[in-house]
Design a protein. Structure first.
Length: 279
C-alpha cells in the first residue's frame, strides 16, 4: 500500500489485522497530519524554578505571560516542585508503587496550577483539567490563555521506570505531550537556568551552556544531569508536530517573550538531523 490509505482501506486493515500489524501501523501513520491548535504555544512553568520561589519570581513571570498573550495564544503548564519531591520521598520510603507516586505528583502539580490560576483569574485566564480540555479552543479564543497541571494523567497506569519507583513521565513530559497532541506551534520550558548545560551549573562551576543540540546527540552524550526529563527526548524521536523544544531562563525578564517571538535564547533541542530552527 502506497500513499495515504482511504477510509475503506483503513477500516479493512483494522478489521482484519492485529493492531500491531506493521502494514496497519504504516497506513495510519501515512494519513495527512491535522494539527488541532497550530497557533498555540505551550509554556511549562517549573515548580521548583518558580512556584517554590514565591512572589519575587512568580509575579514578574505572570506579568510577562499576561503581556505575551496579547500576541500569542498560550497553554501554561505547571510543575510539581519541591512539595512533589517531598511526597515522592515519603511514598517511596513507605514502599508504595509508582502508580501511587504518580497520583501524588499529579495532585501537587494541580495545586500549583490552581495558585497560578488565582493570580491570573482577574484577567479571565482559566484552569483546565479533565473534561475541561474539551472547551480548550473556546478558552483560548476568549482569554488567549489557559492553565493546566503538567503531570500526565497516567496515575495508576504510569509506565514503570527502569529502576526505582519515581514516575518517569512527570510534568515536563506531560506538557510536551499536550503540545504534540494538539499540534501546537512550539514548546518552551521556563526554568531557572539559562538552558541545557554539560553538567548541573548549580554545583559544577565548570559546566558550560549548550546552545543547540539534537536529540540523538544529547542521548549519545549521556549527561548525568539534564534540565528536562529524559523521557521527553524519546517522545521527540517519534513526534509528528513538535520536533524541537526550547529551554529558557524565566528569571531573566524578557527571555520568554523573546523565545515566543522566535529568537534563539537559551537552548534549542531538535529531533531532526540538524540543530537550529524555531521550537
Amino acid at each position: 500500500m502506497t500513499g495515504a490509505a482511504s477510509a475503506a482501506e483503513l477500516e479493512s486493515l483494522l478489521m482484519t489485522r492485529s493492531l500491531n500489524d506493521p502494514e496497519l501501523m504504516a497506513a495510519t501513520g501515512a494519513t495527512p497530519d491535522k494539527p488541532i491548535l497550530p497557533d498555540v504555544s505551550v509554556v511549562k512553568v517549573g515548580g521548583q524554578s518558580f512556584i517554590d520561589r514565591g512572589r519575587e519570581a512568580v509575579y514578574p513571570l505572570v506579568e510577562e505571560l499576561l503581556e505575551a498573550r496579547r500576541t500569542h495564544k498560550l497553554l501554561i503548564g505547571t510543575g510539581g516542585g519541591t512539595r512533589a519531591r517531598h511526597a515522592y520521598s515519603l511514598a517511596a520510603e513507605l514502599g508504595l508503587p509508582t502508580g501511587v507516586l504518580s497520583s501524588v505528583g499529579s495532585a501537587v502539580a494541580g495545586q500549583n496550577a490552581q495558585m497560578l490560576g488565582y493570580l491570573m483569574a482577574q484577567h479571565g485566564v482559566p484552569v483546565v483539567a479533565g473534561a475541561g480540555f474539551d472547551a480548550l479552543a473556546l478558552y483560548l479564543s476568549e482569554a488567549r490563555a489557559a492553565i493546566f497541571a503538567g503531570m500526565p494523567p497516567y496515575d495508576m497506569w504510569q509506565p514503570l521506570p527502569d529502576e526505582g519507583v519515581i514516575p518517569p513521565y512527570r510534568t515536563d513530559a506531560g506538557c510536551y505531550l499536550v503540545a504534540e497532541t494538539y499540534g501546537c506551534q512550539n514548546m518552551i520550558f521556563v526554568k531557572d537556568e539559562d538552558g541545557l548545560y554539560t553538567a548541573n551549573p548549580k554545583n559544577d562551576p565548570k559546566a558550560t551552556l549548550i546552545p543547540e543540540i539534537t536529540v540523538d546527540e544529547l542521548i549519545e552524550r549521556d549527561l548525568p544531569d539534564l534540565v528536562i526529563e529524559r523521557p521527553v527526548l524519546e517522545l521527540m524521536r517519534h513526534a509528528r508536530y513538535v520536533r524541537s523544544v526550547q529551554i529558557v531562563n524565566g528569571l531573566k525578564p524578557g527571555n520568554l517573550t523573546r523565545a515566543l517571538a522566535g529568537e534563539h535564547v537559551g537552548t534549542v533541542i531538535t529531533a531532526s538531523g540538524s540543530t537550529g530552527g524555531k521550537a
